[in-house]
Design a protein around this ligand. Sequence first.
Ligand code: SIN
Length: 307
Amino acid sequence: MSGLQITPSAQYPFGCRIEGVDIRAGVDDQTAQQISDALNQYLVVCVSGEPYDSEQLVNWAKKIGPLEINISKAFQNAAYPQVMTLSNVLIDGKPQGLADAGQEWHTDMSYNLISGRATILHAHQVPVKDGRPLGDTAFRSMYAAYEALPSTLREKLDSLEAVHDFENLWTHMLARPGSMRKPFTDAQRKEKPPVVHPVVLRHPWTGRKCIYVNRGLTTKILGLPKQESRDLLDFLFTHQEQEQFEYRHQWRVGDTLMWDNCASIHLATGGYRADQPRVMIRTQILGDETRYRKANASLGARIFNAV
Ligand code: SIN
C-alpha cells in the first residue's frame, strides 16, 4: 500500500511536495501512477528524499513513460545515456556536467515532433549561502497564461502554429561569455530538425488549453509576415514569463523535481559562483503520440510537420 502525502504549495498557485515514498527502495506501479496523476494536477511535483544514482532514476522514471536520450550526447551516464549530469564542477579544468542547462525560458522537448511529457531533475548538491539555497528553478503555468489573455486574442492564437528549433536555444547558450558548448553539428541538425506545433496546445493528458511557445525554442509563427510573427512571439514571451504565473523551486539535497512539459515553461535562475557546487542528474520523459493526436485532432494535418 502506498502512503503518499501530497501537500499543495502554500505560496504559489501550482506545485506540490510529495512525502512518504523512498525512491531508493523502488517505486511500485501504484505509486508511479499517483505521482503521474499529481503531475497532471499540479504541473510541478517535488518528491522529498535522499540522493540516489542514475540506475535508480531510470528505474522509476521509466514507469512514468519512455525516456529521451538527449542529442547533446554530452555528460551522459555511460550505462544509462538517458541520464545527463548538470553541474558547474570542474576537475582539473574539465567540466563534470552541463553547466548552462536551462538558463533561458523554455519548455523541454518542444523541439520534438510530439510535445514532451515531463522532466525529472534530482539534486545531489545544492549551493547554499547564509542558510538559503541558491540556484532556484522558476516555472510559469501556461494554462494560467492562456486563460489570462483576452478572448479575441485566444481565438486568434487557437488557429496558429509555430516552429520550434533545438538549434535556436543551443546557439543562444553558445553565444554566452565562457560557454563550453561546441557549435551545433550537422548530425544534430539532422537528428532534430525544426518542427511545428500549435501555438495553443490541448494538453494530451488533461485536455486543457495552454500556450505552447517559448523564448528558447520557438522561432516563428507560420502564415504571418516576418515582423508580425516576431512581434506576436515577443508579446507572448513577455506575457507568459510574468511572475503572476509563477512557481519557484528552492532546492534541498535529495529533492526529485518533476515538471510538466506541455503546460509550463521554466528557467534555471543561476545566482551561484563556480566554487559553489551544484550537481543534479536529469532524465526526460517523452510525449505520447496517440494522446497528442487525439487531444489536438481538430488541427488535423496542421501538426506533425517537420519543416
Ligand atoms: C533544465 O532546464 O533542465 C535545468 C533546470 C535547472 O538546472 O534548474
